[in-house]
Each structure stands twice: as structure tokens, then as C-alpha cells.
Design a protein around this ligand. Sequence first.
Ligand code: ATP
Ligand code: MG
Length: 422
Amino acid sequence: MAQVTAPKGTQDILPKDSGRWQRVEAIIRELCAQYGFKEIRTPVFEHTEVFVRGVGETTDVVTKEMYTFEDKGGRSVTLRPEGTAGIVRAFVENGLFNEALPAKLYYMIQCFRYEKPQKGRLREFHQFGIELFGAADPIADATVISMPYRLFKRVGLGGISLQINSIGCRECRARYREALIAYFEKDRERLCPTCQERLEKNPMRILDCKSEICRRVAEQAPLITDYLCPDCDAHFSAVKKYLDVMGIAYQVNPRIVRGLDYYNRTVFEFISDQIGAQGTVCGGGRYDGMTEQFGGGPQPGIGFAMGMERFMLVLEQAGVELPAERDCDLFLIPLGERAVQEAVRLTALLTESGSRVQYDLMARSVKAQMKYADRIGAACTAVLGDSELEEGAVVVKNMADGRQEKVALDALSSKWLEGFCK
Ligand code: ATP
Ligand code: MG
């Protein structure tokens, strides 16, 4: 039969790589715990409405990139293209606003977007992100921004710049919008067709366009930072002040507007210059009042999402090594049925006390078993034959340095192994 391949824009994470993913995920989970964030798991698919309300009708994500289909009951459902909308839905629906505030939530999920696949851009990809509900104070913004910063620092990653901006409140943006429309109107025909449409619906999005011409047209465009009301201006100054206190370097980039509709005030991106055009590893911002889109009371909210594939790419590019665990402490090689039984018994004991012990499952020769032990990276091997059984002792070999040591079978404990493997 012909082979079946994975859908375009998806990728398998194979056993040779999944350990690296797990190590990064473990570091992330520990960081979240340090900041007091707890994991939230929401459905992979939601009513399409959730994303239309939560991401925004005029966004690329909603207009072009969603995997939307009718289920057998005739409902329109969508595979989540991002994490925030579903979490805001869950926050309101489950009354999390009644629990201790601020609510500190994090997620590690798969997302789905119908995009043109390229390096760092997939149709199924992974995001780690956090959402903080209930805190309007600028100290919350700075604290949230400090999390990806700490993560990069913890894994020893340099070369990632933090860019921040404020896109103000509704009033600031109404005035800015006028100015932008007046500016782009002059060069209307030069803009790409999508941006010509954006000019009416959401002119700020033109600043986010990746087309070279639109970028050039936008070069002299008015800057949102010149249109901030006193409150938004003070908020932005305070965010910068707290970042300074934390010793976190940043650049103010008034062109960062972010792709999703729901942002207000603080927006930010962490950008790597190591992985080409898809350099934004992490993006986020404030989305006060989004809870109201889901029938809840008004709540301040702020969060970010990090593209895990891009993060893994940057780590690889930078040659960051994360200490790996040992896959196998001991590989037992029994000769004959009695020895096989003894190996099974020993393995059970050592597994109970925490060691990673394996033995052959394919009735292979000693030589083939040795080769296998080597391939799986076993720290030690031990051949168990009749004479070993009679003597009640076995020679354990350290595969890294060739050291051998005879140990009594009833003294072969996890603790002994730990000491010998070192
Ligand atoms: P871009 O401008 O690169 O399309 P975006 O603004 O659409 O990104 P967000 O919705 O903010 O991205 O998602 C947060 C992060 O998720 C991005 O910064 C990126 O690292 C990652 N990401 C977004 N889309 C994809 C994708 N199709 N494949 C892989 N990672 C992605
Ligand atoms: Mg995008």
C-alpha cells in the first residue's frame, strides 16, 4: 500500500527530540510555579464564536487562518488558533473571578492555523502562555514581561531583544485612527489589497503588514505613543520604571501593534535575530475588559504566548545544551532461562526503588544485546549466567569508562547503582 504522510504544516516530534521538549517544558512549569501560576487546560476545539469574539473579527487569524468546520450536529466549531480566547471563556464560565485574584493561569497547548508553512511557521504548532486576570496595575505588566525574560536567562539564551509599546485605550486609539487614515489615504493605491481593506476597518493593522511596500509606506506614519491620553501615558511610564528596577533591558517600538484585536495599553514582543523572518518568539499584551466579550463582568487581563517551535529553533541555533537525564541505568543480559528469571526479579526490585533497568525482549544474542545497550545509552551492563547465579554475585560494567565491579546480587540496589554509574 502507498504510504500516508503527515498533513502539510504539521510535524512529528520524535523520541530523539521529545526529551529536549520535555526538559524545556519542565523548566517552564517550574518557572510558572515560582511565579504562582497554575495550569489551565481547555478544549482543543471551541464554538467558532469564541474566537470571533476573543481574537477579533478583523484579524488575519479569524478571517484567514482558522480550521473551522461543522460537526455532525451542525454546529460550527474551530480548532483553537491560540489560547487566550478559550481561557477567557473558561474564566467567565467557571466563575474563576470569585476565587483569589489575580487569577494566575498558564497553558501549554497545540494550536492550529491555516497558514503557508515555512521555517518557524506551521499549521499545527505549540504555545506556552500565561494569563493574569484582575490586576490593572502596571506592576502586573512588568511582572508578566519578566517571565519570558527569566526563562531565556535560565536556559542561558542571549540575543533576544524585548520590544515594548503602548497602544493606549479606546480613546487614544480613536484619535490615532483618524491620524493614521489621513496619513495612509495619500498612498492608498500603493498599499497591498489587504491593507487597502484594513484602511477602513482597522488601519493600525497596516503597521503589522509584512509586505515590503506597505512597510515602506508606513515608514513616516504617525506614532501611537504621541496619541496617548495622560492615564495611558502614566501607565506606560510605570511599566518602564518597573522594568528598569528589575534590570530588564527593552526598546520602545511604537510600531508594535500585535496581530490580535483585543489588546490595549501594554504590548510587547521578544524577538530573536537568529532564526530569520519568523523571529518573534513571544508576544503579548494587556486585554482589559475582554471578559465582557464573553458575558462576564469587566476584568483587567494581561498575558503572552510563546511559540514553542520557534523557541526550540532559537535554542538549537544558539547551541544551548540542557542536561539530559540518563535513559537507562542498567541493562541486564541474562544467559539461560534461570538467569532470565533472576533478571526479571532483580529488575522488578530495582524498578521499585527508582532505577531505570531494562533487559532484552527479543531473544537476541549476547553480542546483539550489548550493541542494543550501547545504542540506548545504558550507563551500565551486567551479564548474568550460571556461574554468577551460583556465586550470587555479578560483574557490573560501567559503559562510559569501562570500569568493572563485582557486586553480590542481594547488594545490587538502586543506591549502589547510583554510586557506580556516576
Ligand atoms: P506572526 O506575526 O509571526 O504571524 P502572530 O502575531 O500571528 O505571529 P501570535 O498570535 O501573537 O503570533 O502568537 C504568539 C506566538 O506564537 C508567536 O510569536 C509565534 O512565536 C508563535 N506562532 C504564531 N503562529 C505560528 C505558527 N503558524 N507556527 C509556529 N509558531 C507560531
Ligand atoms: Mg500570524
